[in-house]
Write a protein that binds this ligand. Structure first.
Ligand code: SAM
Length: 279
């Protein structure tokens, strides 16, 4: 999933997805290029068919724009919350709802629930207050309330609090919790880490059903073509063996070879005929 998302993300144009003010640097520093993890987020949204997305920690809107660029579903809905409101342009983006407030406060919780309703969401992206208590509260609250299929968490190894948080998550979810940097190091610095958590398996959508049906049809066709040619060869060998058996000057080893070949083909036919494909 991580490699696929990264490969797809690299093909998506994110030229307008900027980080904006770099709060950890001097006050005037501003980034106007997409960060590598933006490509991963866009690719994840695209490859996993995400259309209902909740982000905690909007900042300037770079990650929100990236996820939006990844979305292909017509009814995409991206809700993003931050205590600040740095970029008014976000309010004008179609399909985006920018909320302002503390993500762990009662008002924000109510607003998020109102926006999404009772249906589960696809992706929760947590990139806010990188400390143990607020981050584990973000995860607990919104996984319970919005039932996301996937959760991505930035900076999982940035400091002691975040490492403790990630250890709890790994203890709870085992191999469904991975640090994407271990799979594709280009996504994020190894000092920060980038967590991906799979909470639910993807239920097949109509399109995926259609796709897998046509894939099955192709496999069936290939099997049938193969079967036809094997059966023809089996028949020809049968005729040749009958003819040659009555021939007195025949080299017996040649006849044995043909019989062996006929047996192998017979077994291959039985195997192909035994393949049960789902409807
Ligand atoms: C690292 S920045 C987010 C960067 C953004 N996701 C991106 O990649 O472009 C973290 C943001 O989280 C916000 N934040 C911190 N605590 C928060 C809270 N309790 N609720 C909502 N937002 C919070 C900060 O104001 C800050 O803008």
């Amino acid at each position: 999933m991580v490699r696929g998302a990264w490969a797809i993300g690299e093909t998506i144009n994110l030229s307008d997805a900027w980080y904006g003010p770099k709060h950890w640097k001097e006050p005037d520093s501003f980034s106007s290029t997409p960060f590598p993890y933006y490509y991963f987020l866009a690719g994840l949204v695209r490859s996993q068919g995400c259309s209902r997305i909740f982000e905690i920690g909007t900042h300037y809107g770079g990650s929100a724009r990236s996820m939006l660029h990844g979305a292909t579903e017509p009814n995409v809905q991206l809700v993003t919350i931050d205590v600040t409101d740095l970029n008014p342009a976000l309010h004008a983006l179609p399909c985006v709802v920018k909320l302002t407030g503390d993500a762990n406060g009662a008002e924000a919780i109510q607003e998020a629930m109102d926006k999404f309703g009772p249906e589960p969401i696809d992706l929760l992206y947590i990139d806010a207050d990188h400390k143990f208590a607020p981050t584990i509260t973000n995860l607990g609250l919104y996984s319970l309330l919005l039932k996301p299929r996937l959760v991505v968490i930035d900076d999982i190894v940035l400091n002691e609090g975040m490492r403790d948080f990630w250890n709890v998550v790994r203890a709870a979810y085992g191999s469904d919790a991975i640090n994407c940097v271990d799979v594709v190091p280009e996504i994020r610095s190894e000092k920060c880490g980038f967590g991906l958590l799979r909470l639910r398996r993807h239920l097949p959508t109509m399109d995926q059903n259609r796709e897998s049906k046509s894939e099955m049809r192709d496999i069936r066709k290939a099997i049938d073509v193969n079967l036809d040619s094997l059966k023809r060869e089996h028949n020809n060998l049968d005729i040749a063996i009958t003819e040659l058996s009555s021939w007195s000057q025949l080299d017996d080893s040649h006849l044995q070879e043909l019989k062996k070949r006929k047996l192998t083909i017979g077994e291959a036919i039985a195997k192909l005929e035994g393949i049960q494909l789902p409807d």
